[in-house]
Design a protein around this ligand. Structure first.
Ligand code: GLA
Length: 370
């Protein structure tokens, strides 16, 4: 990041992320293991001499104009909220950007559970750093982007996505302790690739269910007298069974089990124990489907089919759920054949062509002067 303000046209690219394991536990202070992927949101930015921001995306014909002379307000369910929210957050943090034009482009599917919104937020914050010639630092930037998502997009997300994008490290997943906000880089291991397949569906339950799950987790923690479900270990669940109604017990069982699975998965990767790593991915999916109830028939089908494909070590839904993508750990040798076999089996069973790609762990946001 240059120390001087950039006054000429430039491009910012910010990656999406896939979460290997540790799902729906970031807002329970747990451990997560995301990595940035080789799919990006790009902002092509041109500074303007006035106080106006003009935004365009290939996905919609309109040009959105924001007036920096006044405080920005959220618009109802509008893609520009991610950008407007970050501009407001940056202004609160003391960065006063000039006007600019930005074209939004993406190689990342929107709504696929690969954090296209976090990528857009972080790309915007990085563009504002460049326009102002000041760096926020990755943690402050990630928290500001998360706040934009809460306040302008109305999604009460955890910290995983924005941290995964801001702290991304090539070749590594990030073991993020969401309570301490500390990160341990985890090398992916020799001979392994990460496969992402989009189920091609997004069920409408997704929006409200996320907030409901968050509320259920805080209610369970409250009834058990702990600050968050992170304070429990699997052995505490017997006692919890006497204090919680069945649905809250199931939510707690997922969270407590999933938090324990993350360090176990990291240890399995370090030991090169592919069988154990694959079993943990399968347990994670089962727990998300049965106890947390955030999967859907298409994701379950992909995971079932993956279990029969040679070279696939393990597979699970990734991200918020109710559609979107699965992530699979695959043997590098024959990875393309394994991906094709799984996609073909899914097409035969459902008639859906699942978009897929193999990815290495990618780098974080980058600015290039055009
Ligand atoms: C979404 C949220 C994240 C996280 C995941 C589920 O991606 O933005 O904060 O809660 O769902 O793990």
């Amino acid at each position: 990041m240059p120390a001087d303000r950039i006054t000429v046209p430039f491009t910012v690219a910010a990656p999406g992320r896939v979460n290997l394991i540790g799902e729906h536990v970031d807002y329970n202070d747990g451990f997560v293991l995301p990595m940035a992927i080789e799919r990006h949101v790009r902002l092509r930015v041109r500074p303007r001499p006035d106080r106006r921001v003009l935004l365009r995306t290939g996905r919609s014909p309109e040009t959105v104009t924001l007036d920096l002379a006044a405080p920005l307000e959220p618009r109802r369910r509008h893609w520009s909220n991610y950008i407007a929210g970050v501009i407001e957050g940056c202004r609160r943090a003391g960065l006063d950007p000039p006007g600019f034009e930005a074209d939004v482009e993406a190689t990342l599917p929107a709504g696929g559970g690969l954090s296209s919104s976090a990528a857009l937020e972080v790309a915007t914050a990085t563009a504002i750093e460049a326009l102002c010639g000041r760096e926020l630092g990755p943690e402050r930037k990630a928290l500001l982007c998360q706040a934009a998502e809460h306040e302008f997009a109305g999604v009460p997300c955890g910290i995983m996505d924005q941290f995964a994008v801001c702290f991304a490290m090539p070749g590594h997943a990030l073991c993020l302790d969401c309570r301490a906000r500390s990160i341990v880089p985890v090398p992916l291991g020799q001979g392994l690739r990460v496969l992402v397949i989009n189920s091609g569906v997004k069920h409408s339950l997704a929006d409200g269910a996320y907030a409901t799950r968050r509320a259920e987790c805080s209610e369970a923690a409250g009834r058990l007298g702990v600050a968050s479900l992170r304070d429990l270990v699997p052995a505490d669940l017997d006692a919890a069974a006497r204090l919680l109604p069945p649905n809250l017990l199931a939510r707690a069982r997922h969270v407590v089990g999933e938090i324990a699975r993350v360090p176990a998965f990291v240890a399995a990767l370090a030991a090169g124990d592919r069988g154990a790593a694959g079993d943990l991915l399968a347990e994670s999916h089962r727990s998300l489907a049965l106890d947390y109830a955030v999967s859907c028939p298409e994701l379950d089908l992909l995971v079932d089919l993956a279990a029969g494909v040679p070279g696939i070590i393990g597979c699970r839904m990734t991200g918020g759920g109710f559609g979107g993508c699965v992530v699979a750990l695959v043997e590098e040798d024959g990875a393309v054949e394994a991906a094709r076999a799984l996609v073909a089996a899914y097409r035969d069973a459902r008639g859906i062509d699942g978009e897929w790609f193999l990815t290495a762990a990618a780098a974080g946001p980058a600015v290039t002067v055009d």
